[in-house]
Ligand binder design. Sequence first.
Ligand code: G3P
Ligand code: CA
Length: 260
Amino acid sequence: MSAGGVSRSGKPAVVAHRGSSADHAEHTLAAYEAALAEGADGLECDVRLTADEQLVCIHDRTIDRTSDGSGVVSELTLAQLREHDFGSWHSGRPASVLTLPELLELTLDWARPVRLFVETKHPARYGGLVEARLLETLHDFRVAAPPSADHSRAVVMSFSASAAWRVRRSAPMLPTILLGDSLLGVQAGPATAVGATGIGPSVSVLRAHPELVDKAAAGGRVTYAWTVDESADVQLCADLGVRWIATNHPARVRDWLVTV
Ligand code: G3P
Ligand code: CA
C-alpha cells in the first residue's frame, strides 16, 4: 500500500469488511488475521460501547445474531460479553468478542502497513461519547494525529454527519469518511459541511451515480465503496478511480484486481 492508500499498482486498495467475513465469523480475531494473510490493505470494523464504556467490534445493536447469547451491547459489560462465543454461529469455531484495542494491536503490529477503518455506531444516542472514547483509544495507540490524512493508519467513518464532524473538530488530521446508502448522504454538500476527507457510498449508489467519484475528487475527497463482492463492481470501482473498496471476500477481490 502506498501512503495514499492505493495499492502499488494504482488500483483500488482492498479493505476487508468486518475481516474476511464471508469465510470467518465477522469481527473476530480469526476473520482479521485471515484478511491480513490474504493481503488486505485495510480492515473495516464497527464499534459500539459496552455498559462499562469499552469499545467492542460488533455491528448489531444486540449480540443475538453473532453470538450464543442475547442482549443489547450497551447494557452488557465487557466481562459479560467475554462469557459468550462469537464464532461458532458462523464457522463452528469458538471466538471471543474483539475489543478495539485488540484490533488496533493486530493492525499496527502487522508486517505491512495496514489501515484500520473504524465505523462508529449509535452516535446520536450517546451524544458524542463513542467518538470521544474512540479518539482516546486512537490517541493511546499514537494514531490520532497523523502527519497527514494520506499517512494515517486509522480512518473514522460514520453514517452520521454529526459524528463525522465531532471527530473532524477534535482530530483535524485524522481522515474521516461520511458513509451513505442514498445519494443524499454522500453528495458533496454534506461531506464539505462536516470536513470529511472522503465519501463512502454503497456500491448500489455508485452504480446509479458513478459521477460521485469525480465530483468528490474535484473537492479533494477520496471515495470508499462498500460492500463490493461482485467482479463487475470491482471493475466499475477500478474504472471510476475509487480509492478503497470494502469487501467480505478480500482474497477473491485481490485476484480480480489483477485483471482489471
Ligand atoms: O463499510 C461501510 C459499511 O460497513 C456500512 O454498512 O451496515 O455493514 O456497517 P454496515
Ligand atoms: Ca460497517
